[in-house]
Design a protein. Structure first.
Length: 368
């Protein structure tokens, strides 16, 4: 267990600073309650970095990130820079920091929240109880494979889906390790009926599974999986897949939760882990104080779980979020005109989570 944790925050643009502020305050509460020393340092990324330094990821941010124990990112993106070429836009900073930190396993939990099932377009009886952890390979596959080209003279374009055995082994091990601490099931998703790269994937995952006899392994084709996820999301525990399939399926599974503002993520396995809520900078609501901070707060829980080994504290944050939601508190995105909802601002929602955390701690000795 790490008593001292150096956390770099790169809050970025739009609602990034609003939601990251709440995540940091929750982490500070955890530190105060547990006697931990969490040190926070802030650096720039995205549009704010372009304004200050002329580029979306200044060298100072990269250095601070590599010197930290964990990087907590808000969101990047600002309409002001939409006319810039892709490589100079705020979003380029995000891709670059991911590459600099080198994480290869992207973890995206997706679960149904008690009391929020009406926010999902899926029927309550289908989503209730769903609790899936996606493990998406992030540094290989079609997004990085060479050759890649759009040859305008030939009127043709091509990309390459390529994996090495070692790339599959390392991400599969992450999935099996995580599954062994959860409900002990890995569903590996591929397209092995058509693609050789998927045949390598399937054979390698099957081989890795032998070292985890207590974890059940099943294979699914990606097309079937897209359907099963919506029909029977409760059937899945850890879903392991390659880069492109994971990108699509984890977004699809976001509908189980019902709001983009509730989804956390972590990218692990590199030099320093990178933590970010799934949502973007939401320029349409930035500065209004109404952004949902729960995705960022749940991301903070992942910082404690994966960079500090503070499993109890991570669970305490998640339990506090569940409590606040089941007590009826809702930011505007969750309330959706529900007259019975206790509509809160971003900061009020953060305060509610902290109140529950502190209250749970105060009751803990009596419960023992
Ligand atoms: P977005 O996630 O910013 O917003 C989509 C919709 O969801 C908007 O209506 C927004 O108001 C709402 N929303 C998102 N997060 C919310 C929250 N926490 N609380 C309440 N409502 C929330 O996606 P977009 O509109 O497609 O993109 C806006 C900008 O963000 C673009 O510049 C895009 O490139 C960037 N972006 C960044 C990231 C990232 O930093 N990881 C991810 C996606 C998009």
């Amino acid at each position: 267990m790490s008593q001292k944790l150096n956390i770099l925050t790169v809050a970025g643009d739009g609602i990034g600073p609003e939601v990251t502020g709440e995540a940091v305050r929750v982490l500070q509460s955890v530190a105060d309650l547990g006697g931990y020393n969490f040190a926070f340092r802030e650096e720039l990324i995205g549009g704010v970095a372009i304004r200050a330094h002329g580029k979306p990821l200044p060298d100072s941010t990269v250095k601070a990130a590599l010197d930290s124990d964990a990087v907590l990112l808000g969101a990047v993106g600002s309409n002001e820079f939409n006319a810039l070429p892709p490589g100079q836009r705020p979003e380029a900073g995000l891709l670059k920091i991911r590459a600099e930190l080198g994480g290869f396993a992207n973890l995206r939990p997706s679960f149904a929240w008690p009391g929020l099932s009406q926010n999902s377009p899926l029927r309550a009886e289908v989503v209730e109880g769903a609790d899936i952890l996606f493990v998406r390979e992030l540094l290989g596959g079609l997004y990085f494979g060479e050759p890649r080209q759009w040859d305008k003279d030939q009127g043709a374009a091509w990309n390459t889906m390529r994996y090495t055995r070692d790339e599959v082994v390392r991400v599969a091990k992450v999935a099996f390790e995580l599954a062994s601490k959860r409900r002990k099931k890995v569903t590996s998703v591929d397209k092995a009926n058509v693609l050789e790269v998927s045949q390598l994937w399937r054979a390698t995952v099957t081989e890795v599974a032998k070292a985890y006899p207590d974890v059940a392994l099943e294979h699914q084709y990606v097309d079937a999986m897209a359907m099963h996820l919506m029909n029977q999301p409760r059937s899945y525990d850890v879903v392991l897949t390659e880069n492109l399939f994971g990108d699509i399926l984890s977004d699809e599974a976001g509908v189980i939760t019902g709001s983009l503002g509730m989804l956390p993520s972590a990218t692990i396995g590199g030099k320093v882990n990178l933590y970010e809520p799934v949502h973007g900078s939401a320029p349409d609501i930035a500065g209004k104080g109404i952004a949902n901070p729960l995705g960022a707060i749940l991301t903070a829980a992942m910082v404690l779980r994966y960079s500090a080994g503070l499993e109890d504290e991570a669970t305490a944050i998640e339990t506090a979020v569940k409590q606040v939601v089941s007590d009826g508190y809702r930011t505007a995105d969750l309330a959706r005109g529900d007259q019975s909802a206790k509509v809160t601002s971003t900061t009020e929602m953060g305060s509610k989570v902290r109140e529950v955390l502190v209250g749970a701690r105060a009751q803990a000795p009596a419960a023992r």
